[in-house]
Design a protein. Structure first.
Lengths: 456, 428
């Protein structure tokens, strides 16, 4: 008696509406084979809050193998003289539209906003990515080793984001970060209500926005109930399968159910403190967690609550004033969001220019924090670019810090990264040297740039 | 450059001067004075401003009585910086049309308007804009107000001028500047072809020369417009927003034929025609962070554009394009990045000071620390091109400007721990 029941239970688990179904577009990313690398005698910001001076870092088989003094180089190891250089984890941008709003910005490359319906959790940003975007290469030169590529913010629920390794490939699947959860892009405020208000359809107000989120999640709850009911059906055949017709799979609601189950991480474009607070209540109403508020220019006003609820603030250093909801931006935002216990501040870009210099963005925010007495040493600020975005993306067990066993996503800088004069000299992804400032052959060029006659 | 440690003592000294803030007299002593002029950098030098004008620059100046003295302690002192081509004071919130006065739009999307070069945005300049203190806090003391053309506008967008960011009504400085554009960004304004843009510009100049009777079919200009354009045929600066190398080449030829004085704005591919620009002695105002092929006019964008232009002998200034008004302060970061990519440091500073001032016809008033120029000065806590450096004090006409803005007021309101009363009662 017990056995068939258990079998039925297991079957129910695997057939229920679930975002944990195998990915139909699975990652084919494989680390590029590399010899061991020993970076000697350098300054390391580990991303865990530590700064280590005059130490070595060893990479073996694409992983951080050891950090310490006088590490013996394994056979065939490439030796990098780290003297005078600084070494950090690879930079992670939690908010990019590379590939979905690619360069050149011609009409054909506008693939980031599915503006035909305000609720499109069925669309996946990965299906818009053009892997030949020249912006991937320039971001790599800025030390970016991973990024989340998101749909735009024209919709209330814009679709799934995907985390990729910043490697050139012919397919996005070959960039897709293995084991990274999907993100769900949602948006507060002006953009959705403007886009749809101009079409004379809902939402045209902020209250319309919230009604839209709630209707979508209520629908997803009903959808989940229909699957629960089907899976709990007593009328089973000999194989334990329900004899009832299964509910139709709904791609929109699959994503939202994935959110409510915690399999898909929620990233919300939201500027104002009051709207972020509404979204925190919405998350409670429907039982999900918000990974990060993006563009939260007013996050400093509710920094304590964000920290207490474990929600990161993905922020710019100095953008403000380009729309009403960005009016209250201040240059101390990152420092103030970082300040409370468990504060999680992230420097994000939302820009193909900004992603190239996230280190400089962080540097600006450090200086402004220091001016108001919030001391922000490099070993702490580097977390804004590495460990914190990794945490928001759910990849912190794999990357984002320099610790033995982690992916060897590593940047060797020409000095402190927190300077306008900083250059990423070498960028390693899973131990492979994929950018070298001193070696033109290790400076990738997208297919698009061939034959364009743009070299001096 | 050495990064100077922050010295609260200096700040305290500055606050003590608050009582004399209305005076237009100041002596700044023992500064590293970056003159942005022929004297280069002067170590341990003093700068005297009296009656709002720089009166003396050099080591060991005598201490006149009754003048506020600021001890710089070796810190860098620069001229007030150029905020690029912006709409500061013309645009309060970028996405809110009701707050924007920088462009005319009489036409429809498909039908470009009659050209109105007489349109002058300086009339709309609002010196009470909250953007002004924000820009000034970062050391920006002058900007070139630009006339814009969007949908329904005209290819010649109109005129602007340099303004000083001192919050006064009488801010305009120097002569007027005329704004136009060539390239795909101006497509809707030129019949969807850049050849159409040259055609329209050429026609407008013929009208301005009186070669077309008033009331001719398809005439582009009003009588006032003809008078305005005629003035630029006789002198005055015409800013061409243009990126593609061959378009820059064409603009130079067009300007030569018509005896115009062009300034290239944008210039993403200017490095390709650097020697031609140098030969024509035409300055270029670039966004030094523009390195992506983000349009078919900018396929040749490079981070070393400024360095390559400089090497060829072209004068380079900086402007911000992404958020030209709200984040005009990012020009400083641009200059630093240009230096990090091969531009000499002095030329990086010049691109924020003396080069734009001279190019825009106000080089005898601002942009350098030299006797006879307006006392617009900035004292920095480190290398002025470095992103971690902040302005300690800005003087305009020798007057110490308040180092506050709407942003610092918001900051101070929320820095404090919460109390039982809402922050609306915080007293600031």
């Amino acid at each position: 008696m017990l056995k068939p029941l258990l079998a039925g239970f297991l079957l129910a688990l695997t057939t229920s509406a679930s975002a944990t179904l195998p990915d139909p577009y699975p990652s084919t990313y494989r680390p590029i084979p590399s010899n061991p690398v020993l970076i000697r005698d350098t300054t390391i910001l580990t991303g865990t809050g530590e700064r280590l001076d005059d130490v070595d870092l060893l990479i073996v088989d694409g992983k951080i193998s050891a950090i310490g003094k006088a590490i013996v180089a394994p056979e065939h190891a490439t030796i990098v003289d780290g003297k005078g250089h600084w070494v950090t984890p690879g930079i992670i941008d939690v908010h990019s539209h590379l590939g979905v709003y690619a360069s050149p910005g011609v009409n054909a490359n506008q693939d980031g906003n599915e503006l035909t319906n305000p609720v499109t959790p069925n669309v996946w940003a990965e299906h818009s990515i053009w892997p030949q975007d020249p912006g991937f290469g320039t971001a790599l030169a800025g030390g970016v080793t991973s990024m989340q590529i998101l749909p735009g913010s024209g919709n209330l629920i814009g679709g799934r984001g995907v985390t990729v390794k910043n490697v050139y490939a012919n397919t996005y699947q070959a960039m897709k970060f293995p084991g990274a959860p999907w993100g769900l892009k949602m948006a507060c405020g002006e953009n959705p209500k403007r886009v749809y208000g101009e079409k004379n359809q809902a939402p045209s107000t902020r209250m319309g926005n919230v009604a839209g989120y709630r209707a979508a999640f209520l629908e997803a709850q009903a959808y989940q109930r229909s699957w629960d009911k089907y899976n709990a059906g007593k009328d089973k055949d000999d194989d334990g399968k329900s004899k009832d017709d299964p509910p139709a799979t709904d791609l929109r609601l699959e994503t939202l159910v994935g959110v409510m189950k915690g399999d898909i991480r929620v990233h919300i474009h939201c500027y104002r403190a009051d709207e972020m607070s509404t979204m925190l209540d919405l998350a409670k109403e429907f039982g999900f967690h918000i990974a990060a508020f993006h563009h939260g220019v007013e996050a400093y006003k509710i920094a304590d609550r964000l920290a207490a609820e474990g929600v990161c603030g993905a922020l710019w250093a100095d953008w403000w004033g380009f729309k009403m909801e960005s009016l209250d931006g201040i240059e101390e935002n990152l420092a103030l969001v970082d300040r409370p216990k468990n504060g999680c501040a992230i420097v994000h870009s939302d820009s193909p220019e900004g992603i190239q210099r996230l280190n400089q963005e962080a540097a600006k925010a450090m200086a402004h924090g220091a001016r108001v007495g919030i001391n922000m040493p490099p070993e702490r600020a580097i977390r804004w670019l590495t460990a914190n975005p990794a945490k928001a993306l759910g990849i912190d067990a794999m990357t984002g810090t320099l610790e033995p066993g982690k992916m060897a996503d590593v940047v060797v800088w020409n000095g402190t990264p927190f300077s306008v004069y900083a250059h990423a000299d070498k960028v390693f992804i899973d131990g492979a040297l994929l950018y070298d400032r001193d070696n033109p052959r290790l400076q990738p060029k997208s297919d698009f740039m061939l034959g364009q006659g743009v070299s001096p | 450059m050495k990064h100077f440690s922050r010295m609260p003592a200096l700040l305290a000294a500055l606050f003590l001067l608050a009582g004399t803030a209305s005076a237009q007299n100041v002596l700044i002593r023992h500064a590293t004075v970056h003159t942005a002029g022929v004297r280069g950098t002067l170590k341990n030098a003093d700068v005297l401003v009296r009656g709002g004008i720089i009166r003396a620059v050099g080591a060991g100046l005598a201490l006149p009585s009754g003048i506020a003295v600021v001890e710089a302690n070796g810190r860098p002192l620069t001229p007030g910086l150029f905020g690029g081509l912006s709409d500061i004071g013309l645009e309060e919130v970028s996405a809110e049309d009701s707050t924007i006065d920088s462009g005319l739009a009489f036409g429809s999307n498909s039908q470009p308007a009659q050209m109105r070069p007489e349109f002058d945005v300086t009339l709309a300049y609002n010196p009470d804009s909250v953007l002004i203190p924000v820009a000034r806090l970062d050391g920006l003391t002058f900007t070139a107000l630009s006339a814009n053309s969007g949908q329904g506008g005209s290819l010649i967008a109109g005129q602007g001028s340099v303004v000083r960011l001192d919050g006064k009504y009488a801010a305009p400085l120097g002569g007027h500047l005329l704004y136009t554009a060539i390239g795909s960004a101006a497509d809707p304004l030129g019949g969807k072809s850049r050849a159409g843009q040259y055609m329209l510009l050429d026609q407008a100049l013929r009208e301005a020369r009186g070669r077309t009777p008033y009331g001719s079919p398809n005439a582009l200009l009003t009588p006032a417009g003809r008078e305005t354009l005629a003035r630029y045929l006789a002198g005055g600066h015409v800013l061409f927003n243009v990126d593609r190398a061959v378009d820059i080449h064409q603009v130079l030829a067009f300007a030569r034929r018509n005896k115009l004085h062009p300034i290239i704005v944008g210039g993403a591919e200017a490095w390709k025609v650097a020697s031609e620009l140098a030969a024509a002695n035409v300055p270029v105002i670039i966004d030094a962070l523009q390195n992506l092929p983000d349009s078919y006019d900018r396929l040749g964008s490079r981070l070393d554009n400024a360095a390559l232009l400089h090497r060829a002998g072209v004068r380079v200034a900086f402007t911000q394009f992404e958020f030209a008004s709200t984040n005009a302060r990012k020009v400083r970061q641009e200059a630093g990045n240009a230096v990090a990519n091969g531009l000499p440091w002095e030329s990086g500073l010049a691109g924020l000071t003396s080069v734009p001032a001279a190019a825009l016809g106000v080089g005898d008033k601002v942009g350098r620390i030299d006797v006879g120029l307006i006392g617009d000065l900035v004292l920095w806590d480190g290398d002025p091109l470095e992103v971690t450096t902040l302005a300690e004090q800005v003087w305009m006409s020798g007057k110490a400007m308040p180092m506050t803005s709407r942003q610092t007021e918001l900051r101070d309101r929320y820095l404090a721990p919460p109390t039982a009363m809402p922050r609306a009662y915080s007293g600031n």
